[in-house]
Every structure is written in C-alpha cells, then in structure tokens.
Design a protein around this ligand. Structure first.
Ligand SMILES: Nc1ncnc2c1ncn2[C@@H]1O[C@H](COP(=O)(O)OP(=O)(O)OP(=O)(O)O)[C@@H](O)[C@H]1O
Ligand SMILES: [Mg+2]
Length: 434
C-alpha cells in the first residue's frame, strides 16, 4: 500500500457517529462507506463491544467496533460489554481506565480501538496508508468546565489517535469544519452562523466564508468566535429515559432499612440516563448493593427490572428505543415509545409538546450559548447572512425554532447532517497540504 504523506483525510470522531472523508486530487470529497446489515453507511456508530472468549483454551479479551460490534452484541448469548458515547469521558479526570473482564484498559485505548477500525476501513477503500489526519473537536467537550479541561480532553483524544497508529494529528473545531463544508457549496462570500448539534455537544461558530476568502487566504479575523455547550442528543435522551423508563426501574421508590424508609439510590438512575455511564454500572459492588436494595425495596419487581437491564447490558436496545421515538417526534406531533426485554415491557404514546417540555432546560442553555456568542462578537442577528444547521440533533424541531425565531426560516440552510464535519475536515486537510 502506498503511503501518501499528505493525504487529505478528515476524521470526525463523534459521540454517536463517526465519519471519515478524503479529498481526491480532482477536488471531489469521498466518504468511507461502512457495511452494515447488508447495506453501506457513511456514518459509523462510535461504539465498542468487548467479550471474553476462549481461544486455545485461554480466556482472551476480544473487541469489535461500530456495525460489527452491534452485530456481535446482538448475536451473543452471554452479553459482553457494549460501551457507547465514549467521547463524553474525555474531559473526566476520574475516568483514567476501566476494568473489563479483569483487564485494565485506559480510555485512550478503548477509543483507539474504534479509531483503528475507522483507519483500516478508510485505508482499504482509499487504497493508501493513512498516518495523518485533520480531526474534529467540540468547542467545549462534554463536562469540561474550563479551558484546562478542554486541553486535557483534546490531548487524550490525540493520544488515542497515536495509539491507533496515527503519527500526525491536527485539530479543528467541529463547527468550523462544518463551515468549510458549507463554504464549498457557495458561489459568494457570507457571514455565517454554524450550529452543529450532535450526540454530546452543541457547537457554534460565527465565521466569514466564501470563494473570495479562500482565494485571498483565510485570516484569523474571518473567524469571529466559537462557543459550545456539552448538551445535545444524549441529554435529550436522558430526559426520555428519566420520564419513561426510570420510574419503571424503581426511580423514586422507597426501601425499608431497619426502622427507616429511604429512597432507592438516586445516583444509579443518574447513570442509567447517560449512555456513557450505563454499561459501567455492571460492577460487583454495584450489583451487590442493588441486590440488597431489591431485598429491602417496597417495590422489588422494579429493582429486579433495573438489575436485569444492567446485567443484560441493555443499553444498546434502550438507546435504539429512545432514538426511535425521538426521531419519530422530529417528524410527527406524537410517536410511540416501545421498549421490552425480560420483565420490562414499556409502551407509551408521547406528544412532541411533552418531549419539548422535558428538554426545556437544555433548549434554554443552547439558546443562551447562541445569544452569548452573538453578544461576545457584537453581531446582531440581522448581520448574519445565513445560518447553517447540521448534526443529527438539528432535526429536532425545537432546536430549529431557536434559529427560526432569531433569524427567520428563510436564512436557514441544512444538509449532510451526519457528514458535513468530516467533509469540512478533509477540505481543511487538503488546503493545508496544497
Ligand atoms: N431525526 C432525528 N431527530 C432527532 N434527533 C436525531 C435524529 N437523527 C439523529 N438524531 C440524534 O442525533 C445525534 C447524533 O448526531 P451526530 O451523528 O451528528 O452526533 P455526533 O457527531 O456523533 O456527536 P458529537 O458531534 O456531539 O460528538 C444522536 O443523539 C441522535 O439520536
Ligand atoms: Mg458531531
């Protein structure tokens, strides 16, 4: 395989989905296509599945990522460990490593497993060896409270790329990358506001783009500013789980401890709501604690359902049910929620207005982030030529309304929701190389 030092590769390692793009010498952008369930997809689920298997009479830790991880997980009789939204741990100083079937794995190693498979698939499709890439990062990583936290998260992401065999990694803000993609569709210059709503983060950039700007060369002053908040699709999902699922798993119920009535442990339900925490609940200590809670519970069947969810590692199925109702609510005024496994059997009709009231707090934090950016940059909404909304969570009508109310529907542009960032990263890699 030929090693092209300056291959224009862009990699968007997303909280939920990842994409890889290459700019061909013709200028055409090509996405890596991944096989899934007999078809091809250009967005690769950023998940990792680990199983302990017997090989030559010895216990060996094996792992699969993306579509292969999903397929292996679904067909496994004894479920291993399926981990989602790993990117959301990057700023967390308390999660350095985790024990998987008695073996210690650092967060960087777990993420690198996904990156290595992305790299391999891209190498095979593009026919080149890849050891450098322009990589996206959110303006503010999930749970980052300071610039120091962001630097820490970015350096861990870089380390993960190194573990996956990359030698050179250059970062670009994800909304800026989306702006470069949007720019490639323009025939004139514009001042644009980008809103990129993913699984973990919502990111914004105010930036001048267009053919004349590219021709004269970009200047730092073209980028008026970035802002971001660690709230997006996963935070919306958390509210769906809180409202529809956790009560059936015993949230808000009581236990009798000797002569006291106490609530079932709240922290467990906080973790059940978060995709990146759910599969980490399956530890000996937590399971022992939950069995004690079940024995003392006033509603033990609900705690038994919680134990079932954790021991069977049902995060993937739960995510699928939540994702399905959320997507249906983007298109319809009401939708059906369905989740069943073992003794858990949930069915309910959800109105879009109810969902919007559940995520009202998240929506107002997102709005405040947009308004804050405009204010810091001293830009009035009337000065913005177009608003480009991208990322899977930009399909949520209440998210769009934030922009429609400030800028009017006619200035809003959308498109390539799942691949605009990877495309823009590749375009940047191409500009840097030429
Ligand atoms: N039609 C839809 N309606 C509402 N939400 C949707 C829809 N389609 C996808 N999503 C949500 O979009 C999110 C994934 O979007 P995307 O792939 O852009 O995120 P990501 O790039 O992986 O995350 P991040 O950029 O935060 O790292 C998920 O939360 C998913 O549930
Ligand atoms: Mg994204």
């Amino acid at each position: 395989m030929k090693l092209t030092k300056h291959a224009a590769i862009g990699i968007d390692f997303g909280t939920t989905n990842s994409s890889v793009a290459l700019v061909r010498p013709s200028g055409e952008v090509e996405l890596t296509a991944f096989p899934f369930m007999g078809a091809l997809t250009d967005s690769y689920r950023s998940l990792l599945y680990l199983e302990q298997v017997k090989e030559f009479g010895r216990d060996t830790l094996k792992s699969w990522t993306g579509p292969a991880g999903i397929e292996r997980y679904l067909s496994a009789e004894n479920k291993g460990r399926l981990i989602q939204s790993l990117k959301s741990f990057l700023s967390s100083r308390s999660l350095k490593a985790t024990e998987v079937f008695g073996r210690r794995r650092t967060l960087e190693e777990l993420i690198a497993r996904i990156l290595a498979d992305l790299r391999l698939a891209a190498e095979q499709q593009f026919g080149i060896a890849i050891d450098s890439a322009v990589v996206g990062r959110p303006v503010r990583f999930v749970s980052a409270e300071s610039e120091d936290d962001n630097r820490y998260a970015e350096s861990r992401l870089k380390d993960a790329f190194h573990v996956a065999g990359f030698k050179t990694v250059a970062f670009e803000m994800e909304p800026v990358a989306a702006a470069y993609y949007y720019e490639s569709t323009l025939s004139h210059d514009e001042l644009i506001l980008i809103g990129d709503f993913g699984g973990g983060t919502s990111d914004f950039s105010l930036i001048h783009v267009g053919p004349a700007i590219r021709k004269r060369g970009r200047k730092p002053k073209d980028l008026l500013g970035n802002s971001g908040v660690g709230i997006a699709g996963d935070a919306f999902d958390a509210k769906i789980v809180r409202r529809l699922v956790s009560p059936v798993l015993g949230a808000g119920t009581n236990i009798r401890s000797i002569d006291k009535i106490l609530p079932a442990p709240i922290w467990v339900y906080a973790k059940v709501e978060k995709w990146h925490h759910l599969s980490f609940l399956r530890t000996k200590e937590t399971m022992n604690m939950l069995r004690t809670v079940e024995a003392q519970s006033l509603e033990p069947k609900k705690i038994a359902a919680l134990i079932h969810l954790i021991t069977e590692d049902l995060g993937y199925q739960l995510h699928r049910s939540v994702q399905s109702v959320k997507c249906a609510l983007s298109a319809n005024d009401a939708a059906n929620f369905h989740f069943s496994d073992g003794t858990i059997d949930l069915e309910s009709n959800v109105e879009r207005t109810a969902f919007e009231s559940w995520i009202a707090e998240e929506l107002s934090q997102i709005s405040a982030c947009v308004d804050g950016l405009l204010k810091t940059c001293s830009i009035q909404p009337t000065q913005v030529d177009k608003v480009f909304l991208t990322g899977g969570s930009s399909f949520v009508p209440a998210v769009r309304r934030i922009f429609e109310s400030r800028f009017g529907a006619d200035r809003i542009r959308t498109g390539n929701e799942f691949t605009s960032v990877a495309r823009g990263l590749a375009l940047k890699a191409n500009d840097t190389a030429s």
